[in-house]
Design a protein around this ligand. Sequence first.
Ligand SMILES: Nc1ncnc2c1ncn2[C@@H]1O[C@H](COP(=O)(O)OP(=O)(O)O)[C@@H](O)[C@H]1O
Ligand SMILES: [Mg+2]
Length: 578
Amino acid sequence: MSNIEIIKKLYKNYTKKYLNKILLSVFFSLLVASSTAMIAYLLDPAIEKIFIEKNKKLMILIPIAILFTFVIKGSSLYMAKVILIRVGGEVQKTLQQQIMSSILISSVEKINKKHSGKFISHINYDAGLVKQLVTTTILLFTKDALTLIGLIGVMFYQNWKLAMFAIIMIPLASGAAKSLGKRVGKVTTEAQEVFGFLNSFFLEIIRNHKIIKIFLRESYENERLNKIISKFKEKVIKIETVMMRATPIMETLTGLMIGGLIYYSGSLIINDELDLNNFFSFLAAMMLAYQPVRSLATLNMGVYQDISAAKRLFPIIESNNIDINHGSILKLDQSDIVFKNLTFKYTEANKSTLDKINLTIKYGEMTALVGHSGAGKSTILNLIPRFFDPQDGEIVINGKSIESYSLKTLRENISLVSQDTTLFDDTVKNNIKYSKLDATDEEIAEAARLSSCEDFIKDMPNGYETVIGENGLRLSGGEKQRISIARAMLKNSKIILLDEATSSLDSETEEKIQNAVNYLKKDKTTLVIAHRLSTIINAHKIYVIEKGKVVAEGNHESLLNSSEIYKSFYLKQLDKNK
Ligand SMILES: Nc1ncnc2c1ncn2[C@@H]1O[C@H](COP(=O)(O)OP(=O)(O)O)[C@@H](O)[C@H]1O
Ligand SMILES: [Mg+2]
């Protein structure tokens, strides 16, 4: 996207609806501009009538007029700014909302690709820069451009020859600043990257603080942190230095201008072409013009910076995210879930994780996947709710590929307890009812009872209302798992996916939960990734997965005879249980 396109888009999608407010702000800018011009103009009668003609009446009136003009200038400037600050705030809010909701509905893959710290820097840093584009830029454009026009008017009014002289100097100044703008944009992009990195780093340090402590890596992390912070500092210094580079150029040009002007006006006064009162008014106008000229000349530096932020945000906001309502409605009858010749490769991986998988998860039965870690079991399970899509082959429900159903209806039918339990920093109750927001207290208690949560919830300081901390910080591994099982049970969906859902539980608790699952399982299609004997023996069908392939299938008895891998797996488990 070119810069012009970005600005057009920004106007069309974000600022157009505040046009009335912006116009109001422009009106106040107009007042600022005219009062500034008025101040310069008033010096002309002030000198002529008061100092030269010694008019006593005007000696009072003109200072009052000057005071009055300043008051108008000040309050208009306040109004013009406040209005734009509000518009900017709205634009920033909209951007932040859009980024958030875009991230919410983007694919698992897209989210996995970026570190969470990067997303945070888009929301904090970039959205703030784009806001500036609206507030600062519009203000500078209107207020300063109008003020400049007003002051140039005064200059021409006082003496057109001098005015022509001054005007020639203006393009010179802006030309110098222009070349700096592009550089600022580039450095800003670099700074944003480092900022994202910094965020990611902070997040990891907090998240992994125990690991850092046990391996005594405080000074190691400190060093890494110092490097990143120093890098960030360098970028920030660079941006601000480049921005400041305009100052000496501008000051030199101004000096040149005023020096030249005094020389030129001196010769005009000597030739009687200019009066002193006109000269002073002109000089005031020119001095007052200094600020808007400088702002306008350096405006593009900030603009480049802000546009480069918009360039990073728009692709995120506009990316083709998934529409969960797209596709036909999945009505689960008594259908199996069938994997047909399915091959899957993670984008980043260099070889396929799943290779021509064929398996059937029968309706109303429990199917188990068994295999070494890294075999691809979780991957198989994650393909069912379509966190990822296969490159080849398909998963079929009701005779159609699951890709033809809407994600909404597909996922409505699935409960998942994933390998890594995920909880929110909220109350126990809200964590359980996350799967069914309108659940009654009875339903929640029932789910908690079936997943053996009741006992430990009762012992918590506020029972169901206890806040459990970031990702269940204040719970044990087993407690976390039980809450996530309760959550899945509450959903009461037709398809249940359990990915080592009971791995952190002792065998007694596991058995209780297993019984509950068995009880709930009627009419439900269950796929479990199991590592415990009890679960496996209960399964109607077991698939042995090895290096992304199905290497054996059958029930417990038949596999003991037919699969060496299964047998050794079973024997090892037996040993453990002894
Ligand atoms: N998001 C991912 N990106 C790339 N590779 C992955 C990803 N998740 C898992 N893998 C790889 O896929 C293989 C299978 O992983 P997984 O299905 O989690 O195994 P299992 O659940 O059987 O232990 C592993 O080699 C793992 O490194
Ligand atoms: Mg796994």
